[in-house]
Design a protein around this ligand. Structure first.
Ligand SMILES: Nc1nc2c(ncn2[C@@H]2O[C@H](COP(=O)(O)OP(=O)(O)OP(=O)(O)O)[C@@H](O)[C@H]2O)c(=O)[nH]1
Ligand SMILES: [Mg+2]
Length: 412
């Protein structure tokens, strides 16, 4: 009888302790790792019990991965959304100079639709649409922008031209605000692979980047991964001599993967900060050439784990909508980390930048605004949009200090 009472008491004690311990767990404040939703990916468990990454939607409207075609999912996953920095007057003035063709072209045409109007009539939307399409903004992106303009015009008090212009500009800024940092050179060596179709400006961009990196005190090495043409190696050597960077090359016709491997090993041995690898121009639609660049990339990662740290696709802004297809196929093959848009100084249709950011969610990291070394600029969405859409008065002082008359076409 006594034993039975003791046994009952023990059971009651165990149950009480278990209950209290469970309750204290529930009352405990969750630690940071449980509450941190700033991380873009979280692990969730699907019906099969497998952990898989799930995107957390950014407060800036971004289509979820399953709203995108499969080839673009990776781009959306890799893109980071951050608030753009405040535009800097000098930067805007410089950009405005380089973007004079686009500013005087499609932006001036847009602005003329708004100028002198006291109220916007609904017919304006189709005129805006026509100009955006003719400026390489692309069908899908044009519709996204127009949706925002229509919403703005739907509000009675916002039918004045300035409000609609601001809505247009705001939508473009939102689309372009994918990522704001330049080259990530935190690894030593940082290996950067430059790829793209023929003649887009790969070698020139390497020369420009090398100039800028050396000026900042980095030790730079160049790799002549374009082994098809002797002239390509010679062109890189000219840049190497100009900036004082060693050029690693192979024999003409040799395996470009071997050159890239050798250069990466040498960069490690010689304490190089940044290795820039040039590659031959290749058509994105030619499978053997795309296989070759995939192999080259593999050789680099064999030489150094985690390399290449950056794989940049160079796109010629004057190519128009074909640039979109190039980006999609190169990204499928190489998992690009970003884009460089060259020759923006040579086009009046700067809209391709908006189209690429919107459709592929691939960040533009640099833009080329001329052939000189300092014509390569880090891409900052805020400054870019201000340079295109902004009032000339805002930066008149800065422009005057650069010895140039203020632009007069943009802004309604
Ligand atoms: N206007 C202007 N010209 C540029 C820019 N970037 C490059 N170029 C010019 O474009 C031409 C081709 O540049 P490259 O650097 O040789 O192009 P690539 O991609 O290396 O060419 P391949 O190796 O033949 O595939 C050169 O005349 C460059 O000076 C730019 O931002 N603006
Ligand atoms: Mg080249």
């Amino acid at each position: 009888m006594t034993w039975a009472v003791v046994a009952i008491l023990v059971i009651v004690l165990v149950v009480t302790v278990a209950f209290l311990s469970n309750r204290s767990k529930q009352l405990r404040p969750p630690d940071a790792s449980e509450t941190d939703v700033s991380a873009k990916k979280m692990l969730s468990t699907d019906s099969s019990g497998t952990s898989r990454p799930t995107s957390v939607r950014s407060p800036i409207a971004e289509p979820s991965a399953n709203e995108l075609p499969s080839s673009q999912i990776l781009a959306a996953e890799s893109c980071k959304m951050r608030p753009p920095p405040a535009p800097n007057r000098e930067e805007i003035a410089g950009l405005r100079k380089g973007l004079a063709a686009s500013r005087g072209g499609f932006i001036a045409r847009l602005a003329s639709l708004f100028r002198g109007k006291t109220e916007i009539d609904p017919g304006l939307v189709s005129e805006v649409e026509e100009i955006l399409l003719a400026s390489d903004v692309g069908v899908k992106t044009t519709q996204t922008i127009l949706e925002r303009v229509r919403t703005s015009m739907g509000k009675k008090d916002e039918r004045d031209p300035h409000a609609v212009w601001a809505a247009l500009r705001g939508e473009v800024l939102q689309i372009l605000s994918l990522r704001v940092d330049g080259l990530n050179v935190s690894s030593k060596p940082t290996v950067v692979l430059m790829v793209g179709v023929n003649g887009v400006g790969k070698t020139t961009t390497i020369g420009k980047l090398a100039t800028q990196l050396m000026a900042r005190g980095s030790k730079v090495m160049l790799a002549a991964g374009d082994t098809f043409r002797a002239a390509a190696v010679a062109q890189l050597e000219v840049w190497g001599k100009r900036v004082g960077a060693e050029v690693v090359k192979g024999k003409e016709g040799s395996d470009p993967g071997a050159v890239a491997f050798d250069a990466t090993k040498q960069a490690i041995e010689k304490g190089v900060d940044v290795l820039l690898i040039d590659t031959a121009g290749r058509l994105h639609t030619k499978t053997p050439l795309m296989d070759e660049i995939r192999k080259l990339r593999k050789s680099v990662s064999k030489a150094l784990d985690g390399a290449p740290h950056e794989t940049l696709l160079i796109l010629d802004a004057t190519t128009g909508q074909n640039a979109l297809q190039q980006a999609a196929l190169f990204h499928e093959t190489l998992e690009l980390t970003g884009l460089v848009l060259t020759k923006l100084d040579g086009t009046a249709k700067g809209g391709i930048v908006v189209s690429i950011c919107d459709e592929l969610k691939l960040p533009v990291r640099f833009i080329g605004l001329g052939e000189r070394a300092d014509d390569l600029r880090e891409f900052h969405a805020g400054a870019f949009v201000e340079a295109l859409f902004g009032s000339p008065d805002d930066v008149a002082g800065a422009e005057a200090s650069e010895g140039q008359a203020p632009a007069s076409q943009a802004q309604p």
